[in-house]
Design a protein around this ligand. Structure first.
Ligand code: 26V
Length: 818
C-alpha cells in the first residue's frame, strides 16, 4: 500500500495516494461497503463524496464568492438549471481529474465507468436551462458573488425511449438514490402562502392590506456548490423542495381516513415533483403557477432575510442585490417584492417601487407568441389575491403615466397594459417583467432588434433605453476542455497553456490554419471522437456507422420552428439522388438526429417517427450503402451532447429566420470544429461574423424576407412546390407512404400541413438548403480545405465564452465588479 507521507514520493504521487485514501474512506464509512463488493454507482458516490469534501472546504472557507462581505450579490432566478453530470466538472475545475483517475486506476476502477454511473441532473428542457447552468459556472469563475435559485424537482425532464420509431416518455428518477452533491438545509425553510382573501383596514388614515391565505406550504432549501474554474470560487445553487406544513392530518388518521390524512402532504409535495416538460408553449395550468410563486417567494424571503441581517434595512437593496429573471417564469417576483415591502415592512408605494424596479432585470428568451406566458385573471386571483391587487395598482400607475406622455395615442394603452382584454382577461407576464425591471435583455443581436420591433415595440417607446443585447455564451470548461480533451491538449500546445484561462488566445490557432501537419492533427482528433460516437451508435441502435463519413448532426429539442423536418426532406431528396446516380462522387454522410418532443406535441412526435421510418428504409437499402445512413439517438441529454458535439463535422442550425432567439448548441458545435449550415437567425449571424462567410454555409430567407413574404402572402407553399420538382417528388414520396408501407397515410398530416399552411416556410427555403448542402459536399471532398475551415471556426469562437457574456451582464446590467 502507498504511504501518503513517505519522503521521496513526488507531490503528484502523494496527491494520488491521498485521493485513494479519501475514496476508500468514503466507500467504507459513508457508502458502507467493502470495496471488493462495490458497484459502479458505489464508486461514483464514494468518489463524489471525496471530491465534495474539497469543494466544501472552499465553500465554507475564504473562497466562497457569495460571502461577499459588503459586495453586491447577484441572484439568478430560474425555473430551470440543466446541469447534467457534475463529477467531471468538479474534478476538472479543481484540477483533480488526473489525480482521481490515477487513484481510481490504482484501485482497479475505470473513471469513465464511474463517471457514467452518475445520473444527469436534467432540471431543464433545453437552451434556457443549460444557459443558466453555464452562467452559474461562469459567475463562480469570475468571482461574482451569486446565488442561483430554482426548484429541486424530484423528476427532471422525462426519459425518452424510441419504440417502433415512436417517442415514449418515462419518468426520470435522478434522485432515486439521492445525490451526493447537495446539502439539505432544514434550518432554511420558509412558509409559502396561497389562496384565501385580503382584508382592508385603515390604520392612522393609511389603508393596510392583510392577506389571510387558505393554504401554507413549506419550502426547504438544498444547496449544491457550483465550482468555478481552477476552484477559484464556489457559489451556491439553492433549490427549493416543497413539504406540507403538517405532514399528516392526525385528526383524520385517527378517524381511520388514512389516505385523506396524507392528502395535504401529496398536494404540497406536488409543487416540486416534476419539471414542466415543454418549451416554447406556455403551460397555463395551476400547478405551474404554484411552482412559479413557490420558488419566487422562498427565494425573495431568503435574500431579503440575508440583506436585513447584514445591512439592517431594505432601502439599500438595489445597491447590494441584483435579481435577474430568467424569462418571465419568475416574473411574479415583481409583485411579491412589492408585497413584502408594502405589507411586511410598511414602506410607502413610491419607495417600494423605486427599490423593486431598480433591483430587477429580465431576460427574454423567445418571441414565439405561443410561448409568451399569460395567466387567466380568475386563476391568478384565486391563488394570489393580494398580488393581483398590487399588479392592478402597478398597471394603473403605468397606464396613467403612458396616457400623460402619449396623449394622442390611446391605442398604445391596450398594447402596453399588463392586462390583455382580448381573450378573456389575462395577465401578461412579459409586460409585468418589463415594467418592473430597469433593464431587459435579448440573447442575440437579431433577437434584441426583433424585440424592439415586435413584441416589445410599444413598451420600448414608453420606456426607451431599457432594452439591451447580451448575446449568449457557453462555458468552455464543459464544452471544450472536458468534452474534448484531445482538442484541448492541442490548443494548449499550439496556443500556450494560458489558453485555458484566456480563451481569446485560441485565435493563435488560425496562424497555423494552412499548416498540413496541424490540419492532420486536428483531423485525427476529430476522427478519434467520431470513433467513440460510432461505438455509442452501435451499442444503442445495433448497427454500424463509418467514422470516415461526414457526421451531419441536428441535436436539440424537437420543435417545428427548428425545422428537423427540412433536414428530413433533404435526406429523402439525397437518398433519391444517390439511388438515381449511385456512381457519382457523393460525400458519404451520416445524418444524426437527437432531441425530445414535449409529450403533448403531436406534430413534433410524428416528425420523430418520420426520422425513424426514413432511417429504417435508408439504412436497409443496399444501393446506398456507404453513402448515407440516418441515425436517431434516443434520450438526448447533456451527457449525450458531450459525446456528439466533439464528433460532429456539420452543425444543423436551420430554424426559420427570426424564430430561434439565439441557440447555444450552434456555439458548442462550432467551438469543437463543426462547420455550421444555417439560416441568418439568432447567434448564427454572430458566428458568421466571427468565422467569416467562407467558413459557414448560409442559406434561406432572412428574417426581414420572412416577414415580407408573410405580409405579402406570396409566394404560397403551392407556388414554391410547383417551382421545385425535387421538393414535389420528396413530398409525394413521404405523403405516398414510401417510408411507411405499413401505414401509407401516416405522414399525410405532415405533408398536407406543408402544402397548405407551411407556417415555418420549409417550402420557401428548401431549394436554397439543398444547394447549401451540395456546397458542403464539395468542401468535404477537399479534406484539407474542410479541416482548414474547421480550424478557423475553432480559432474564432472565443467571444462565445459565457465568461464574456457574464462579464457584460455584470458591467452593464448588474453593476458588480469583475
Ligand atoms: C416555456 C415553458 C412554458 C411552460 C412549460 C415549461 C417551459 C419551459 C421553457 C419555456 C421557454 C422556452 C424559451 C427557451 O428555451 N428559449 C431558448 O433560450 C435559449 C437561451 O437563451 C436560446 O438559445 C434559444 O434560442 C431559445 O429557444
Amino acid at each position: 500500500m502507498l504511504q501518503t507521507n513517505t519522503a521521496g514520493t513526488s507531490d503528484y504521487e502523494q496527491a494520488i495516494a491521498e485521493a485513494k485514501a479519501a475514496i476508500i474512506a468514503k466507500m467504507t464509512l459513508s457508502v458502507g461497503k467493502d470495496p471488493g463488493y462495490a458497484t459502479d454507482r458505489d464508486w461514483f458516490v464514494a468518489t463524489a463524496l471525496a471530491a465534495r469534501d474539497r469543494v466544501t472546504h472552499r465553500f465554507l472557507g475564504g473562497k466562497r464568492a457569495s460571502k461577499a462581505d459588503g459586495k453586491k450579490r447577484v441572484y439568478y432566478l430560474s425555473l430551470e438549471f440543466l446541469i447534467g453530470r457534475q463529477l467531471t466538472d468538479v474534478l476538472y475545475n479543481f484540477e483533480l481529474y488526473d489525480i482521481f483517475r490515477a487513484a481510481l486506476g490504482d484501485l482497479g476502477v475505470d473513471i469513465e465507468r464511474v463517471r457514467e454511473a452518475e445520473p444527469d441532473a436534467a432540471l431543464g428542457n433545453g437552451g434556457l436551462g443549460r444557459l443558466a447552468a453555464c452562467f452559474m459556472e461562469s459567475m463562480a469563475t469570475l468571482g461574482i458573488p451569486a446565488y442561483g435559485y430554482g426548484i429541486r424537482y424530484d423528476h427532471g425532464l422525462f426519459r425518452q425511449v424510441i419504440k417502433d420509431g415512436w417517442q415514449q416518455e418515462f419518468p426520470e428518477t435522478w434522485l432515486e438514490n439521492g445525490t451526493p452533491w447537495e446539502f439539505l438545509r432544514s434550518d432554511v425553510t420558509y412558509d409559502i402562502r396561497f389562496g384565501g382573501s385580503v382584508e382592508t383596514k385603515t390604520v392612522n388614515n393609511v389603508p393596510r392590506f392583510i392577506w389571510h391565505p387558505s393554504e401554507v406550504v413549506h419550502a426547504v432549501a438544498y444547496d449544491t456548490p457550483i465550482v468555478g474554474w481552477r476552484g477559484s470560487n464556489v457559489n451556491p445553487l439553492r433549490l427549493w423542495s416543497a413539504r406540507a406544513a403538517d405532514p399528516i392530518a392526525l385528526s383524520l388518521f385517527n378517524k381511520g381516513d388514512h389516505v385523506g390524512a396524507l392528502s395535504d402532504q401529496a398536494r404540497s409535495a406536488a409543487i416540486s415533483k416534476v419539471l414542466y416538460p415543454s418549451d416554447e408553449t406556455a403551460a397555463g395550468q395551476e400547478l405551474r403557477l404554484r411552482q412559479e410563486y413557490f420558488f419566487v417567494s422562498a427565494s425573495l424571503q431568503d435574500l431579503i432575510n440575508r440583506h436585513i441581517r447584514i445591512y439592517g434595512d431594505l432601502y439599500s437593496l438595489p445597491d447590494r442585490a441584483a435579481i435577474q429573471l430568467n424569462d418571465t417564469h419568475p416574473a411574479v417576483a415583481i409583485a411579491e417584492m412589492m408585497r413584502i415591502l408594502l405589507d411586511d415592512h410598511n414602506l410607502r408605494w413610491d419607495e417600494a417601487w423605486r427599490i423593486t424596479s431598480s433591483t430587477f432585470s429580465y431576460t427574454n428568451h423567445t418571441l414565439l407568441p405561443e410561448a409568451l406566458e399569460t395567466w387567466p385573471l380568475p386563476l391568478f386571483e384565486r391563488l394570489l389575491p393580494r398580488h393581483l391587487q398590487i399588479i392592478y395598482f402597478i398597471n394603473n400607475l403605468h397606464l396613467e403615466a403612458t396616457k400623460k406622455n402619449f396623449p394622442n395615442e390611446p391605442e398604445l394603452l391596450s398594447s402596453v397594459s399588463i392586462i390583455d382584454e382580448r381573450d378573456g382577461r389575462r395577465l401578461r407576464m412579459g409586460q409585468l417583467a418589463f415594467i418592473g425591471s430597469h433593464t431587459i435583455n435579448g440573447v442575440s443581436a437579431l433577437h434584441t432588434d426583433l424585440m424592439k420591433e415586435t413584441t416589445f415595440r410599444d413598451l420600448n417607446r414608453v420606456y426607451p433605453g431599457r432594452i439591451q443585447n447580451k448575446t449568449n455564451g457557453i462555458t468552455f470548461r464543459r464544452w471544450l476542455q472536458q468534452s474534448n480533451p484531445g482538442l484541448t491538449k492541442l490548443l494548449c500546445e499550439v496556443c500556450g497553456e494560458e489558453v485555458l484561462d484566456k480563451p481569446e488566445l485560441i485565435k493563435r490557432l488560425e496562424e497555423h490554419a494552412d499548416d498540413p501537419a496541424l490540419q492532420q492533427r486536428i483531423a485525427k482528433i476529430k476522427r478519434a471522437n467520431k470513433v467513440v460516437l460510432c461505438k455509442i451508435v452501435t451499442d444503442r441502435l445495433g448497427f454500424r456507422v463509418e467514422a470516415d463519413s461526414l457526421f451531419d448532426v441536428q441535436i436539440k429539442r424537437q420543435h417545428e420552428y427548428k425545422r428537423q423536418l427540412l433536414n428530413l426532406l433533404e435526406t429523402v431528396a439525397l437518398y433519391d439522388a444517390i439511388r438515381s446516380n449511385p456512381t457519382a462522387d457523393w460525400a458519404p454522410r451520416v445524418k444524426i438526429f437527437a432531441g425530445k418532443a414535449a409529450a403533448s406535441y403531436v406534430a413534433a412526435k410524428l416528425i420523430i417517427k418520420l426520422a425513424n421510418d426514413i432511417a429504417k428504409t435508408v439504412n436497409n437499402d443496399p444501393s446506398v450503402q456507404g453513402k448515407l445512413k440516418v441515425v436517431f439517438l434516443p434520450n438526448y441529454n447533456v451527457s449525450l451532447a458531450e459525446k456528439i458535439i466533439p464528433a460532429a463535422d456539420l452543425s444543423e442550425q436551420i430554424s426559420t429566420a427570426g424564430m430561434e432567439a439565439s441557440g447555444t448548441g450552434n456555439m458548442k458545435l462550432a467551438l469543437n470544429g463543426a462547420l455550421t449550415i444555417g439560416t441568418l437567425d439568432g447567434a448564427n449571424i454572430e458566428i458568421k461574423d466571427n468565422v467569416g462567410d467562407d467558413n459557414i454555409f448560409i442559406f434561406g430567407l432572412t428574417a426581414a424576407e420572412v416577414e415580407e413574404r408573410k405580409r405579402a402572402g406570396a409566394p404560397t407553399a403551392t407556388d414554391n412546390i410547383a417551382a421545385s420538382p425535387m421538393l414535389r417528388q420528396v413530398l409525394d414520396a413521404i405523403g405516398g407512404g414510401v417510408f411507411s408501407p405499413d401505414d401509407p397515410n401516416r405522414f399525410k398530416p405532415i405533408i398536407d400541413g406543408l402544402r397548405s399552411q407551411d407556417r415555418y416556410m420549409l417550402t420557401d427555403d428548401f431549394d436554397s438548403y439543398w444547394a447549401a448542402q451540395r456546397r458542403v459536399d464539395e468542401l468535404w471532398n477537399q479534406p484539407e480545405k474542410w479541416t482548414r475551415a474547421a480550424i478557423v471556426n475553432i480559432a474564432n469562437m472565443a467571444w462565445f465564452s459565457s465568461d464574456r457574456t457574464i462579464a457584460e451582464y455584470a458591467e452593464q446590467i448588474w453593476k458588480v465588479p469583475v
